[in-house]
Each structure stands twice: as C-alpha cells, then as structure tokens.
Design a protein around this ligand. Structure first.
Ligand code: NAP
Ligand code: ZN
Ligand code: ZN
Length: 355
C-alpha cells in the first residue's frame, strides 16, 4: 500500500518552500522503508529549485539528499538491514546495475540499460520502480529505497551529524582518494561551507597538509580548529603570490564562478585542480594555465555506494562528523537564504520531527 506523508517543498514556480503532502510508493520485496530523522541542506537543493542548472522543474519539488534515519520495515529479500537499524541515503536511489559504471561500483556514472535511463537521483530522478514518476527527496518524513542504495551509519556518529556525510562527505572523500591525497601532499580546499568543512577534516585525517582558501579570514579560527594547517583569504591578492606553485591538489567547493586562471597558478608541476562546486555559469580557462606545468583540470561527481560506505566507516574510525546547525522545518526558507550568503557553520540540518 502506498503511504501519504508530510514533506516540505516547492509547489510551483517562484514559490517559497512550504508544507506539502506526498505519496511514497508501496514497498516491494527489495525495499527498505526508512523513517527519516534528519536531512541536511545541500547547496545543490538551492541550485535545483532556483533553476540554475537549466533543467525544467516538475512540481512539487521535494529536495534533500543527505538523509539519516531508522529502518521502519524491510522487504523479504532484504538481509543486510533490519527494523531499527541506523541508515542513510545519499544522492542515488537506483541504477541499472549492468553498465560499466555500475559493475565498477561507480553508480553515479550509470549510463542506463533497458527501462533504466541512468542513475536515479534521490530527488527529481526518474525511477522505473515508480513508473518513471519523479522522485521526492529527504525533506520528508519517510522514504522507500531499494536495499542496494541504503547505507549503514556507524553507531559512533550521531544521526544529525551523519546526515551531511551522505553528500558532502562522499563528494569530498571520493576526489581526495582518487587523486591520492595523503602524507607529503599539499592540498587546498577552496570554500569553507558544507562540502569544504568536511573536506578539511577528511584531508587532515588522510595525512595531507591542508590549506583553506576562503573569501575572507572571518572563519580562520574555526578552520584551524577543523584541522587546517593554513588559512588564506582569496580577497587578498598577496595570497596568490605567496602560494604560487604550492599545491599538489586543489579541491574547489565554491558554488559560484571563480577565476580559474588565477587558481591554476597555485598548482605545482603535474598538480590537479578538481572542480566539485557546480555553479550556474560556465568558467573559462586559458590554455597556457594547463600547458605550463602539465597541470590537470578535472571534476568529480559524488561517489558510488561502495565508496560511500567506505567513507562512513572512515569517518567513524577518525571521529569525523559534520558540524551542524539543527533547524525546525519552519526555518528552511531562512536557512536557504543564509546558505546563499555563506552564513552557515557549517551545514544546516532539518529536524524532521518538526515537519
Ligand atoms: P555551501 O555550503 O554554500 O558552500 C560553498 C562555499 O563557497 C561558501 O561557504 C563560501 O565559502 C564559498 N563561496 C560562496 N559564494 C562564493 C563566491 N561568490 N565567491 C567565492 N566563494 C564563494 O555549498 P555546499 O553545499 O558546500 O556546495 C558547494 C557546491 O558543490 C555547490 O555548487 C553544490 O551544488 C556543489 N555540489 C557538487 C557535488 C558534486 O557531485 N560535484 C555534490 C554536492 C554539491 P567561504 O565563505 O569560505 O568563501
Ligand atoms: Zn548535495
Ligand atoms: Zn548502470
């Protein structure tokens, strides 16, 4: 039987977020039904609803892909989870399982097969399990998710501080691992927001020298407490002189456009600049900024399910969790405004019991 539940979302164009009711599908034998306790607010939620990624929206839109909760029930094919387990759901809720990406555990790069168009996003995705109806995310009381896309949250991480790891955690862990961040490597994190602050913690735990590049020095004390070794303001032109040729790896988490040419000069020979921020507008690069020094400009997209579980276990082992401000549902609109102004320390998390 399908379930009608409370959610918070956008009912139509140019509207604010408001209380809504939505239907969840009747669970099948492979599904896990999750009572959501906490959901993080990712800047991607805001880009999506504001139409900044150029996709036409189908209303209502219910965002949220940093979900932590407890298992309410499981289908008869589910052996990995039982009622009461602490679980999470990130940006993915399904994929074809047959393409190269899926077979290699990189479901975020699923190219699709049969009636599966590609990976299914937690919100705004088309899931054959829902007759290709658009998925609704975690600003809601409950979610039904295929067992293969449910993550186990280690006991030592509180659910509210675990929720942001499901997107901010994996999106920063994956490129840090892929580009082999570790002892002896100098890593810069641009932007100390939701993704950036988790990136600092993970990079430090991996043994790198970590530098934060923020717009100002206003969060310097906090950044150093998070584990950064150095902290510079990008509004100060002197920063780009002092750090010229310094980094092996730069991870850019900024949600707006940056002058890439200026930042490429901070890389050492063979260094990599990895874009994970997803701003609305294109950025330009002068060819000589990659030719000189054989530098790379790359991007990275969330991470697969296997790596997400690895990240959660890594965070538990290294005592890492997100620093969060818990808010009731009634403050979501205000929280979004504050995220846009970079006024968050460091992730807003919605207490779903207030829906
Ligand atoms: P966030 O909490 O808003 O953090 C972004 C940070 O960027 C801000 O805290 C601020 O840091 C800096 N910033 C903002 N506006 C800026 C500007 N105009 N100039 C320079 N710096 C600016 O956002 P988030 O949730 O971490 O997400 C960051 C970006 O990653 C978003 O674009 C999001 O859509 C994207 N994202 C991508 C993936 C992926 O798979 N690639 C996954 C998740 C999110 P300071 O105050 O320190 O300067
Ligand atoms: Zn996200
Ligand atoms: Zn696939």
């Amino acid at each position: 039987m399908a379930n009608t539940i409370k959610a918070y979302g956008v009912a139509g164009p140019n509207e604010k977020l408001q209380p809504l009711t939505i239907e969840r599908r009747a669970p099948d034998d492979d599904d896990v039904v999750i009572d959501i306790k906490y959901t993080g607010i990712c800047h991607s939620d805001i880009h999506t609803v504001n139409g900044e990624w150029g996709r036409a929206l189908t209303y209502p839109v219910v965002t949220g892909h940093e979900i932590a909760g407890l298992v309410r029930s499981v289908g008869k094919n589910v052996t990995k989870f039982k009622v009461g387990d602490r679980v999470g759901v990130g940006c993915l809720v399904n994929s074809c399982r047959l393409c190269d990406g899926c077979k290699e555990g990189e479901e975020q790069f699923c190219t699709g097969h049969g009636d599966m168009p590609g990976h299914v996003s937690t919100y705004g995705g088309k899931d054959p399990k829902e007759n290709l109806k658009l998925t609704a995310g975690g600003y809601s009381q409950m979610i039904v998710v295929d067992k293969d896309f449910v993550l186990r949250i280690p006991d030592s991480i509180p659910l509210d501080r675990a929720a942001p790891l499901l997107c901010a955690g994996i999106t920063t862990y994956s490129p840090l691992r892929h580009w082999k961040a570790g002892p002896g490597k100098s890593v810069a994190i641009i932007g100390l927001g939701g993704l950036g602050h988790v990136a600092v913690k993970i990079a430090k735990a991996l043994g790198c020298e970590v530098t934060v590049l923020s717009q100002s020095l206003s969060k310097k004390e906090l950044g150093l407490q998070l584990g950064a070794d150095k902290y510079f303001a990008t509004s100060d032109a002197e920063t780009f002189t002092a750090l010229k040729g310094h980094f092996d790896l730069i991870i850019n988490t900024v949600s707006a456009n940056l002058n890439l040419n200026q930042y490429m000069s901070l890389l050492r020979r063979d260094g990599s600049f990895v874009e994970i921020g997803a701003p609305e507008h294109p950025m330009t690069l002068h060819a000589f900024n990659v030719i000189i020094g054989r530098r790379s400009l790359a991007g990275s997209c969330i991470g697969g399910i296997r790596e997400t579980q690895e990240m959660l276990d890594f965070c538990a082992k290294h005592d890492i969790a997100a620093d969060v401000e818990i808010i009731p549902a009634s403050q979501i609109n205000e929280a979004w405004e504050r995220v846009i102004k970079s006024d968050v320390r460091f992730r807003f998390v919605i207490d779903i019991s207030t829906l």
